[in-house]
Ligand binder design. Sequence first.
Ligand SMILES: [Zn+2]
Length: 289
Amino acid sequence: MPELPEVETIRRQLAPQLEGRRIVAVEILDARWTRPEHPAAVEAQLRGALVEEVTRAGKYLVWQLSGDRYLLLHLRMTGALLFDPEPEPPQARVRFGLDDGHHLTYVDPRRFGTGHLLHGAQARDAYLAERIGVEPFSREFTTEHLRRLAAGRQAPVKAFLLDQRRVAGLGNIYADEALFRAGIHPLRPVGRLSRAQLERLRDAIEDALAAGIEAKGASIDDFRHLDGARGAFQDRFLVHRRDGEPCPRCGRPIRKVVVGGRGTYVCEHCQPRPRTRPRTRAVRVRSAA
Ligand SMILES: [Zn+2]
């Protein structure tokens, strides 16, 4: 599933191809993409629109169009954008034709991806505010902000990081990588992290995401670049998907545990497990081995 670095990689590749171009043709082949809007209504809005800017918010790609309109794309599990694909890919859901003769095809085998057209910056901001929280790499993403979000919460820090309404853009890969970099066990209740731990976590989130962007994302599943190429970050994971391999810091084996239903990779030497308190029910952890 594409996370912030994968979506940012797509944005950086897409912007030079799309900005300043006019959409001259559009075919939405899957009504689920625009639901609850009717695809024909969205097609009519997109036809003739000028793409002014391609930005990103969390895991959303935001196409700013002429007439103060915004197309918000979310790739979800298996969505990908392909530029001039040859031959036409089998799982095409949306096709865009541009005024310079190039084509862009949105493919999505599992069909969870979405495209929503919004009118006006206010509608865009309201839509995003309901769905995503603070953006890493923004000025608002401070230790103090993280501390306010975490205050009083008993949820494991890993579950907290996966909640897009708190911090935008992290998924299973980058949450594991950030927690390892910060030396924090994924099961630690987020509200009990010290200020120093939160500071390390804040920095580790940005470091892990920056490493992912630098490697042009991770292709462990369907993630592809605009030209169909794969990212390289899967070869640089510190702990994610490395169970049984030596920890890059201490050499002890990395373990796989399950936190909130998600496979989670941890070095329990570098990331000490929280002590379970007597008389409170411990959060269930199953060894996935
Ligand atoms: Zn270690």
